[in-house]
Design a binder for this molecule. Structure first.
Ligand code: GDP
Ligand code: MG
Length: 441
């Protein structure tokens, strides 16, 4: 595995004062083998290793880094540069209906991605989306998209499977124009392997729908099949972007690099699961970090902030903006969110040691602690939660008795809350918790 191999490389370089010609060659051989094992196409591997070699030889090393760290940083930066080249948002500025054509092998995740994109465009871009299938070869394929559309409450073009795919594509565009849709997503049939008939058909479809975006959908686990498909579809169509699916699996980081290089098209999205919301804009930094085994810190931070109920976060932000204090009711809501996510300890397993250390110092502490704090707040009256200053000694005793803790713990909670209130004041101008999270990164 690439990750393990590169970790091995890091180990082997640890403690060396400098890189010699010899140990560069040895390391690059490891990198090369690792990339090949991860199904990165040979020419891509060659290009990658060559550019690393060129950068390492004669390089003045940053004094704050060991040579091993320097080399890993170079590899990391190079991976980002290659995989991230040209990454951009979807082009939605064309004359509506903006047509998005999805191409790729059967099972790559086209239909699933069509649904995910529709949801994404509807929710994030507030677009009126029409979904259309041209997959007339498998009876279930059209139904699959129809079900997705109704589940997402997105319009669906009812394709008649007895008509040729190209005719359906034409009809879908006409309908998108007639009914003033912003975006039309055209799902297509795939084959298990590249074949000429499929390529002819998708070219014809492309010809009649004049897509703004032609996205190549590819399974990040498909190995050499992904490489072959990338070549074939890249030759048949003018690909404008790539959707890399199933990155939630035991994805070999190599596919991203390979497909990016072979198609020449930027990777715009990553599929991260079977559910309809499992789609993310492609972040080369994260994939590079994943490949290098540095712990997927950014993804994790985003997951945390995403799990915080948006509505609640906005409510809190509005409140803070009005100059109101972060009260114990708010702390209660925040703690509940952390509890919902399985507590900080569940998250800490996934964090690199250094960050986990900082997270452990957060006032909330561990799961058990969160539950106790919630119990304490729940034993307070609404008035006490809103105005913590009114909690005097006798109230503290009552709350402590009610929640089965010692008075000193009530004091600790109130002290922590005061600190958070101060922090929230500082952060309320920005994105609240998002900022807070990044503050200990
Ligand atoms: P199509 O033949 O290209 O239309 O592929 P489908 O959209 O029907 O997907 C094939 C299978 O892959 C289905 O079981 C999907 O649920 C699954 N799938 C698609 N995208 C992802 C993803 O990002 N992650 C995971 N885990 N599964 C996915
Ligand atoms: Mg399909």
């Amino acid at each position: 595995k690439l990750t393990e191999r590169l970790q091995g490389v890091m180990e082997s370089l640890r403690g060396r004062g400098r890189l010699t010609e010899e140990n560069i060659a040895d390391t690059l051989r490891q990198v090369r083998m690792a990339l090949l094992e991860a199904d990165v196409a040979l020419p891509v591997v060659k290009g990658f290793v060559d550019s690393i070699r060129a950068k390492v030889v004669g390089q003045e090393f940053d004094k704050s880094l060991t040579p091993g760290q320097m080399l890993i940083k170079l590899i990391h930066d190079e991976l980002i540069a290659l995989m991230g080249a040209g990454v951009r948002p979807l082009n939605l500025r064309a004359q509506p209906p903006v047509v998005i054509l999805l191409a790729g092998l059967q099972g790559a995740g086209k239909t699933t991605s069509a649904g995910k994109l529709a949801k994404w465009l509807k929710e994030n871009e507030r677009k009126k989306v029409l979904l259309a299938s041209t997959d007339v070869y498998r009876p279930a394929a059209i139904l699959q998209l129809e079900r997705l559309a109704s589940q997402l409450d997105v319009a669906f073009f009812p394709s008649d499977p007895k008509k040729p795919a190209v005719t359906l594509a034409q009809e879908a565009v006409a309908e998108a124009k007639r009914s003033l849709f912003d975006v039309l997503i055209v799902d297509t049939a795939g084959r298990l392997h590249v074949d000429d008939e499929m390529m002819v058909e998708i070219r014809e479809i492309s010809g009649v729908v004049a897509p703004t975006e032609t996205l190549f959908v590819v399974d990040s686990m498909a190995g050499q099949d992904a490489v072959n498909a990338a070549k074939a579809f890249g030759a048949a169509l003018t690909l404008t972007g790539v959707v890399l699916t199933k990155t939630d699996g035991d994805a070999r980081g190599g596919a991203a690099l390979s497909v990016r290089q072979i198609t020449g098209a930027p990777i715009l999205f990553m599929g991260t699961g079977e559910k309809t919301d499992a789609l993310e804009p492609f972040h080369a930094e994260r994939v590079a970090s994943r490949i290098l085994g540095m712990g997927d810190v950014l993804s994790l931070v985003e997951k945390v902030t995403k799990n915080v109920d948006r509505e609640q976060a906005e409510k809190l932000a509005r409140k803070l903006k009005k100059g109101k204090d972060f009260d114990l009711e708010d702390l209660h809501d925040q703690l509940q969110q952390v509890e919902k996510m399985g507590g900080l300890s569940a998250l800490m397993d996934k964090l690199p040691a250094q960050l986990a250390g900082k997270a452990a110092q957060m006032p909330q502490g561990n799961e058990k602690e969160i539950k106790r704090q919630l119990a304490m707040i729940r034993s307070m009256t609404p008035g006490e939660r809103r105005y913590p200053k009114t909690i005097d000694a006798s109230r503290k005793r009552r709350i402590a008795a009610g929640s089965g803790v010692h008075v000193s713990e009530i004091n600790k909670l109130l002290k922590n809350h005061m600190q958070m209130q101060k922090m929230m004041k500082t952060f309320s101008k920005g994105g609240g918790l998002r900022r807070l999270m990044s503050a200990f990164g």
